[in-house]
Design a binder for this molecule. Structure first.
Ligand code: PH2
Ligand code: MG
Ligand code: MG
Length: 170
């Protein structure tokens, strides 16, 4: 069993609805049918500035999928929610799911890098990680609470708390 942290982002359409829908899909993958999600934040865009603000959050769940199977599932969920791949880097998207952490694993391949490459630099990732798990240490990188005050701040505004999502299977 591996504890996985996934970042969620949306800046097109009904942003919060996209993230809520993704949380249900992720709960279907999660071993106990449960994902725990951070508060939602509205955040200024990183990269091209001629795009709408994002809603960002991070969730955590346990999974028996290996990291590459999990990555494929994240891409499947992005595409069912209208994401078109191969567009301009850092452009607007209805849903972005990034695998941030997978247990204590460090993975560097062409398809997947874990911990996620941008994890230590983005307040819209570190703040929700710290909300979920204040004691979290990112393998090979450091403690989230040490990284947070030093990272780039993207004007993040807390929206509201989310309940834990649980899917009960028979
Ligand atoms: N994601 C991007 C590009 N820029 N900006 C914010 N604030 N939040 C994001 O999730 C984000 C971004 C590409 O993945
Ligand atoms: Mg991203
Ligand atoms: Mg992505």
């Amino acid at each position: 069993m591996n504890r996985s942290y996934v970042a969620l982002g949306s800046n097109l359409g009904d942003r919060e609805q996209h993230i809520d829908d993704a949380l249900i899909e992720l709960a279907l993958l999660a071993h106990y049918g449960t994902v725990r999600c951070s508060p939602f934040y509205e955040t200024d865009p990183m990269g091209p500035q001629n795009q709408p603000a994002y809603v960002n959050a991070v969730c955590v769940f346990d999974t028996t999928l290996d990291p590459f199977e999990l990555l494929a599932e994240l891409q499947r969920i992005e595409s069912i929610q209208g994401r078109q791949r191969g567009r301009e880097r850092w452009s607007s998207r209805p849903l972005d799911l990034d695998l941030l952490l997978y247990g204590q694993r460090r993975i560097v391949t062409e398809r997947l890098t874990v911990p996620h490459v941008g994890i230590a630099e983005r307040s819209f990732v570190l703040q929700p990680l710290a909300d979920l798990d204040p004691g979290l240490v990112i393998p090979g990188v450091g403690a989230v609470t040490d990284l947070l005050p030093r990272c780039q701040q993207f004007g993040i505004r807390r929206l509201h708390l989310r309940d834990e999502k649980s899917i009960h299977r028979d």
